[in-house]
Design a protein around this ligand. Structure first.
Ligand SMILES: [Zn+2]
Ligand SMILES: [Zn+2]
Length: 159
């Protein structure tokens, strides 16, 4: 079973982020840390405005650009992935190795599984090259039904 976004994952993810930032001489500031913790703490992908809401205290609203800057930092260091079709973010399980994520998004339960494929990346680069195109961002997302929801559906379908 792939690891889902549990508390255990969140704790591990924060430790990984600390280690990566330390090794790269990047600063995991309290705001960057708080945004990352919120992303790992959510059950589903987090939207920027939800993060702004969740991080704001009564009488102390967090300014959107503060959160967007933190998100840019986390993206740049591969600690999170942007889900283009949902305009949301999820934590990455293996940020140590640079990779392009392939996201499998379940439309029923909202679960998102991450995979990566060197051969697909090579193919996309070849296709872009043939068109004389210089990609600045790659996003591969599949929408559908996860294996858990498929099992549930199979179990409850009328005979
Ligand atoms: Zn990843
Ligand atoms: Zn599902």
């Amino acid at each position: 079973m792939p690891c889902t976004h549990s508390t255990h994952c969140a704790t591990e993810a924060m430790a990984r982020a600390e280690a990566i930032c330390l090794a790269r001489g990047a600063r995991l500031t309290p705001m960057r840390r708080a945004v990352l913790a919120e992303i790992w703490g959510g059950h589903d992908a987090s939207k920027a405005y939800d993060l702004i809401d969740r991080l704001s205290q009564p009488g102390h609203a967090i300014k959107p650009p503060t959160v967007y800057r933190a998100l840019d930092f986390l993206l740049a260091h591969g600690l999170i992935h942007r889900i283009e079709s949902l305009n949301a973010f999820i934590g990455c399980h293996h940020p140590h190795t640079p990779h392009q994520a392939i996201l499998l998004i379940c439309d029923r339960c909202g679960d998102i599984e991450e995979q990566s494929s060197e051969s697909l990346n090579t193919l996309l680069q070849t296709l872009a090259g043939e068109s004389g195109f210089a990609p600045s961002r790659q996003s591969v997302e599949l929408r559908g039904t996860c294996r858990h929801c498929l099992t549930v559906t199979a179990g409850t379908s009328p005979s």
